[in-house]
Design a protein around this ligand. Structure first.
Ligand code: NAP
Length: 273
């Protein structure tokens, strides 16, 4: 059976690392484990696979076009194709900003609702967040399309968030299609920068689903739920649980005839836009 090459951005830790780990339990998978820091990637790759026969550490900073081009060139030279691209790298800069500013709030304040960056702070938060979460994912996807085109079953997965759902933000509904999908807190006006970046990412997902769906590509999004990683400051469920749906999306086409395309989901089912 042919090897399935899977590139995961930001997979030296957190959810991406767990996805890599779980994918290794499937036969014939070959992981291109990406990190922006070379030695972090090498350490993570060696931990997963001391022989490095199935895990290849690649340096990739999604905000740096030279880094993206070098990674694509490396994959072209060594593998000649990419089967699955997982756009996982993501940041929430508002959390760090809140940690700084919370000390200045009067007692009884709610940092989620009472901290409002402005001016240069605001612009910098937008710039940094969108550079990674939106521009980075878009630039990486475009750069790897020629390699995905060489695959028999191209598959792109965008790691998004329930918190970017326009429907859940509008309604605050906790149910969708008869199941528990959201939390009322999604209606709270919190994290506008991060959340709007994930809503924008969802449109990128649909763009690529519409562009390549007729050719049989699968392009979908995964919402991990609050997960205990560096990103969340350790709050939430284990990354091993959040990785499950992303791994499932990697093999959709094997389970469902013609695969599923243009869908945002968690492990329980569809998440509304
Ligand atoms: N954790 C949650 O509660 C949660 C919930 C919903 C959605 N998500 C999404 O899940 C994804 C993974 O998050 P996580 O919780 O696993 O976070 P994490 O543990 O902080 O890991 C994020 C990964 O992205 C990498 N990264 C950051 N900036 C990058 C850049 N410029 N170029 C390349 N890689 C970069 C990080 O590299 P370094 O190690 O060098 O920092 C790290 O490997 C994100 O897209 C996030 O938005 C997370």
């Amino acid at each position: 059976m042919a090897q399935t090459t899977i590139l995961i951005t930001g997979s030296n830790q957190g959810i991406g690392y767990e996805v890599a780990k779980q994918l290794l339990s499937h036969p014939n998978t070959h992981i291109l484990l990406c990190s922006r820091d070379k030695s972090n990637g090498q350490t993570a790759a060696s931990t997963l696979d001391p022989t490095l026969s199935r895990v290849d550490p690649i340096t990739l900073d999604v905000t740096d076009d030279t880094s993206i081009a070098a990674a694509a060139e490396y994959v072209q030279q060594k593998y000649g194709k990419l089967d699955i691209l997982i756009n996982n790298a993501g940041i929430n800069q508002e959390v760090e900003y809140m940690k700084e500013k919370v000390k200045t709030l009067p007692p009884g304040s709610n940092p989620l609702l009472d901290i409002h960056p402005s001016g240069e702070d605001l612009r910098n938060l937008y710039r940094r967040t969108y550079e990674v979460n939106v521009f980075g994912a878009g630039a990486v996807t475009e750069s790897f399309i020629p390699l995905l085109s060489n695959s028999a079953r191209p598959n792109i997965i965008f790691v998004s968030s329930h918190t970017g759902s326009l429907t859940l933000a509008e309604t605050g509904s906790t149910t969708f299609q008869g199941r528990q999908v959201g939390e009322a807190k999604f209606k709270l006006p919190s994290f506008p920068i991060y959340r709007s970046s994930k809503a924008a990412l969802d449109m990128l997902l649909l763009h690529y689903a519409n562009r390549f769906g007729a050719k049989g590509w699968r392009v979908n999004g995964a919402c991990p739920n609050l997960t205990a990683t560096k990103f969340s400051g350790g709050m939430g469920r284990p990354a091993s649980e959040s990785a499950v749906n992303i791994v499932k999306l990697c093999f959709l086409g094997d389970e469902v005839k013609d695969g599923v395309n243009g869908v945002l989901s968690d492990e329980e089912g569809v998440v509304p836009w």
